[in-house]
Design a protein around this ligand. Structure first.
Ligand SMILES: [Zn+2]
Length: 75
């Protein structure tokens, strides 16, 4: 698809690192599947993947972690 941010590049499938800062918990998730703009580097993550990321954040909050670093895996 065409990048929304720069309107010039097109996005390619890739892996990104996502940091989610929620309340007292910061979760860093590596190897998250995303589409990355080849021109400006803007990252697009689809809705299903976002849901899986939110589950990881919820799990870290329940575990009482302040900082968690995880590898992405689909739920
Ligand atoms: Zn772009």
């Amino acid at each position: 698809m065409t990048c929304i941010a720069c309107k010039k590049g097109s996005t390619l499938p890739g892996k990104v690192t996502v940091t989610i800062d929620k309340g007292a918990t910061v979760v860093v998730i590596r190897d998250v599947p995303a589409h990355v703009c080849s021109t400006c580097g803007e990252e697009y993550i689809d809705a299903d993947t976002m849901r899986d990321l939110e589950k990881l954040v919820c799990a870290a909050q329940k575990a009482g972690l302040n900082i968690a670093i995880q590898h992405f895996k689909a739920a």
